[in-house]
Design a protein around this ligand. Structure first.
Ligand code: SAH
Length: 349
């Protein structure tokens, strides 16, 4: 039997593992033992499960494979940021980043190989979507970063952002399953309040998040509150309009009472006029929110350029005058292409 027809044992829940053994006439306790090897001891080989009999190990080998990720290369930035190139079982590579700031250690994880969307300013968008990551491939990135945080910065991971490669809401079920594991006591036991999912804005799925009563935070990559402009820089916005986005965010707030973060880059000659500022302020009035102004990380030949600091200051003033909280996010890990929008497996090409 080759590995493509065997099932990935890590896709099974603890209960399913227990049921597997019971269905073979064994005890459910075996399932717990295997679970412990897979998730607490992190082994990648059935033969390493030394408290199981030889027959049981052979039996597992016959039915399952253990698909796991491997940190293929690790790059360290001058500012402490660490970027992992993570190799998946089928050879694809995604990237995840550890960002230390103050007392925090934040993991930025990928949710897809490539991306389904087509933001013109993002390096990942050029890779096209190859496939979705499964829940444990996402979870494993977090575990790897947690280990590195302890090793290099002497503290465990404190926050997680779904801001790596991919659009998390286009891989909804797997992303939510990974969060389930990250927050469960059998996983990392992390509070969902320390997790932020960032989306380009998929209205239907934002509503679904609200319906599913998720407990993590939501960030939306807005970048323009003018439909025409947004379509130019994020072409998928033709289908996911600002009007639908607004409606979905109102729905989210009504259900969760949690304010939204809007991520926003100010570019020269794209969204640096008073009209753009007014539109953003207007949009911010719909739902309680805060604005995170992100520094642009150039990825290309200069189609996009960071606006002047005066333009950014105008934004800040206007937002503050309207009592809308605003922060400016400085980029981290630029020297190793680990900053927002720069994740494109460059080390592989
Ligand atoms: N697809 C999701 C998550 C991945 S992108 C989303 O769009 O939100 C994470 C963040 O990086 C988004 O806010 C995105 O707009 C931003 N980003 C993309 N390219 C960038 C670049 N070149 N410079 C700075 N930020 C960028």
């Amino acid at each position: 039997m080759n590995s493509t027809v065997k099932k990935d044992i890590r896709a099974l829940t603890k209960k399913e593992l227990q049921q597997f053994f019971v269905s073979k006439g064994d005890r459910s306790f075996r399932g717990s033992q295997v679970y412990d090897w897979l998730w607490n001891k992190g082994v990648h080989d059935f033969d390493a499960m030394t408290n199981l009999s030889k027959e049981t190990r052979a039996h597992l080998e016959e039915h399952f494979v253990i698909n796991h990720i491997e940190v293929d290369s690790l790059q360290k930035s001058n500012d402490g940021t660490i970027k992992n190139a993570v190799k998946l079982h089928d050879g694809y590579v995604v990237e995840s980043v550890l960002i230390p700031t103050g007392s925090r250690s934040t993991a930025c994880v990928s949710s897809q190989v490539g991306c389904s969307l087509d933001c013109a300013f993002c390096a990942t968008a050029r890779l096209k979507r190859m496939r979705n990551l499964n829940p444990d491939e996402i979870y494993d990135q977090v575990v790897a970063i947690d280990r590195e945080s302890k090793l290099y910065h002497d503290r465990p991971l404190s926050n997680i952002v779904f801001m790596g490669m991919g659009e998390p809401l286009m891989n909804y079920n797997n992303v939510l399953a990974s969060v389930e594991k990250i927050t469960s006591d059998e996983g990392l036991g992390m509070s969902p309040k320390r997790i932020t999912l960032s989306t380009s804005g998929v209205p239907k799925m934002i509503k679904k998040l609200a319906d599913d009563e998720v407990k993590f935070h939501l960030a939306v990559s807005l970048h323009s509150a003018i439909q025409e402009t947004r379509e130019q820089i994020m072409p998928f916005a033709k289908n996911f309009t600002l009007e639908d986005l607004r409606e979905s965010l109102e729905y989210w707030y009504q259900k969760t009472k949690r304010r939204i973060t809007y991520e926003y880059i100010v570019w020269k000659d794209i969204n640096d006029t008073q009209k753009d500022i007014d539109a953003l302020v207007q949009f911010c009035n719909y739902v309680p929110c805060k604005v995170n102004l992100i520094e642009y990380n150039p990825i290309d030949d200069g189609d996009f350029q960071q606006a002047s600091s005066a333009a950014t200051d105008h934004y800040i003033k206007a937002l503050e005058n309207n009592q809308i909280p605003v922060t400016v996010r400085r980029s981290r890990g630029k020297d190793i292409d680990a900053a927002c929008g720069q994740l494109a497996n460059k080390s592989k090409t």
